[in-house]
Design a protein around this ligand. Structure first.
Ligand SMILES: Cc1cc2nc3c(=O)[nH]c(=O)nc-3n(C[C@H](O)[C@H](O)[C@H](O)COP(=O)(O)OP(=O)(O)OC[C@H]3O[C@@H](n4cnc5c(N)ncnc54)[C@H](O)[C@@H]3O)c2cc1C
Length: 437
């Protein structure tokens, strides 16, 4: 007889890693997790030295569910003899590189995670009593089938690059997700252009600005946005990343949810104010002795297409740009481009097996219950939970590390069928609608 796991988790980014950490030592849930990469690594192409995590360390993989859990960030510090240096560091935010090191440590301690294993198919067994999960070993190409009552989709996101900006050598035109792999080649150009204005664009621009004096390139920053804005950084503003707001948001109509996401766009896409200050300080200091003619920053400007400049001897590119507010189109020459054009949810091909069986809110967004299940047209005991593609159903906190533990608490409670982890009662000071008496 084949073993039937309570659940199989697909993809081990921080979201499923948290689920793995919260269930590894739990008798009530036997869950196995698969990751196609050979080891845990969190956005390695964006691990730029000195950049911080946007969420405080308390939002680690387990603490919100269980501060005594051995996979807490504080225990990582303790085990690595870093408690005192962290005490003197005296900050709530931590370097992104250290968050990655912490996650790697957790992954290495867990017995329920398998790396180098790509899930290539998920289907229902004929009597619908469980799911069959086909797993390909990256090392030797062998395939194995596992069975589970439930599936947890944690396949994360992939770079979102508009078609007219695709297809060029990566040492010249790179998405931010691969920046650290190509930064040396990029810095060899005599002109570099950053496209976009979110957190990733700002981090890359700052890194390039710091090195500009050593390398001598001209630096340009184009963004379609009306400005380069900071993210909301006050307590009441941050309360939209709260359990209460998630519940409120989930109960809205699809139209109201999409409108709300639009209204909250600076909270979702704004930049860490400390980073924007550092950029401004550096620009200011550089401008003391001479005008900053090698730096161009222009908002309201879309880069619509890239063309290789075949008439020149060196690799160089023409950007087809538009200052959309004035309706002015222009061509801009540059050697290198970094595309900070964001990410989109990654939905694996095998999900097509379920397209007709689940409900959709529109052609790309499936319907998701409050406890993160896909809604099947028939009633069933075996569920597909999702941590991916849930911004439309659960709001701006869908990709926020701070709220992923709460999400996992709810999923674990649903799988086990009882409250293993209690969820908070009153987390915020404000309310989002009049309470019913
Ligand atoms: C550069 C960057 C910085 C960020 N910083 C912050 C921050 O500071 N604070 C914050 O709250 N949020 C941050 N985010 C947002 C969010 O927290 C991250 O995107 C986070 O990594 C999401 O975790 P995840 O587990 O959903 O997905 P991912 O980290 O994308 O992991 C998904 C995993 O699934 C694997 N996978 C996919 N398909 C398969 C398959 N078929 N079989 C096996 N494995 C598969 C992939 O290889 C990948 O490892 C950041 C995002 C980016 C891009």
């Amino acid at each position: 007889m084949n073993k039937i796991y309570d659940a199989i988790g697909i993809g081990i980014g921080p979201f499923n890693l948290s689920l793995a950490a919260l269930t590894n030592d739990l008798d009530e849930a036997d869950i196995l997790f698969f990751e196609q990469e050979v080891s845990f690594d969190w956005h390695p192409g964006m691990l730029i030295e000195g950049m911080d995590l946007q969420t405080p360390f308390i939002a680690d993989l387990v603490t919100f569910a269980d501060p005594t859990n051995r996979f807490s960030y504080l225990n990582y510090l303790y085990k690595h003899n870093r408690m005192y240096s962290f005490f003197f560091f005296n900050r709530f935010t931590i370097p992104r590189e250290e968050y990655n090191a912490y996650c790697k440590w957790v992954a290495s301690e867990l017995s329920n995670c398998q790396f180098g294993q790509c899930v290539t198919d998920v289907s229902e067994v004929p009597d619908k009593s469980c799911y069959a999960v086909t797993v390909l070993s990256i090392e030797d190409g062998s395939k194995k089938i596992y069975y589970a009552k439930h599936i947890i989709l944690g396949t994360g996101s992939i770079p979102n690059i508009p078609a007219p900006l695709q297809g060029f050598p990566e040492e010249d035109i790179t998405h931010t997700s691969r920046y650290t792999y190509f930064q040396d080649a990029l810095k060899e150009g005599s002109s570099i252009t950053v496209v976009g204005s979110g957190q990733s664009a700002s981090e890359v621009f700052y890194d390039l600005l710091k090195d500009q004096k050593n390398c001598g390139y001209d630096l340009t920053w184009f963004t379609r946005s009306g400005g380069i804005f900071q993210k909301e950084d006050t307590g009441l503003g941050r309360e939209v990343f709260s359990p209460e707001y998630i519940d409120y948001f989930h109960n809205l109509t699809m139209e109201a949810r999409m409108e709300s996401l639009e209204n909250l766009s600076t909270i979702r896409n704004g930049v860490d104010p400390k980073l924007l200050e550092k950029i401004y300080e550096l620009l200011y200091n550089r401008s003391i002795e001479s005008a900053l003619h090698e730096v161009t920053i222009q908002t309201n400007t879309a880069v619509n297409a890239i063309e290789a400049q075949t008439d020149s001897n060196t690799e160089s590119y023409r950007l087809q740009c538009e200052q959309w507010q004035k309706g002015e189109k222009f061509t801009y020459h540059t050697d290198k481009v970094i595309l900070a054009t964001g990410y989109k949810p990654y939905l694996p091909d095998w999900l097509e097996n379920f397209y007709e069986k689940i409900e959709w809110e529109d052609e790309k967004r499936f319907r998701v219950t409050a406890d993160y299940r896909l809604v099947f047209k028939d009633s069933r005991e075996n569920q597909i939970f999702t941590l991916t593609n849930i911004e439309h159903s659960h709001g701006s906190s869908a990709t926020n590390l701070g709220l992923s533990v709460l999400r996992n608490q709810k999923i674990i409670n649903s799988i086990v069928g009882k409250e293993v982890y209690s969820t908070p009662d009153q987390a915020v000071f404000q309310q989002f609608e009049m309470k019913k008496s």
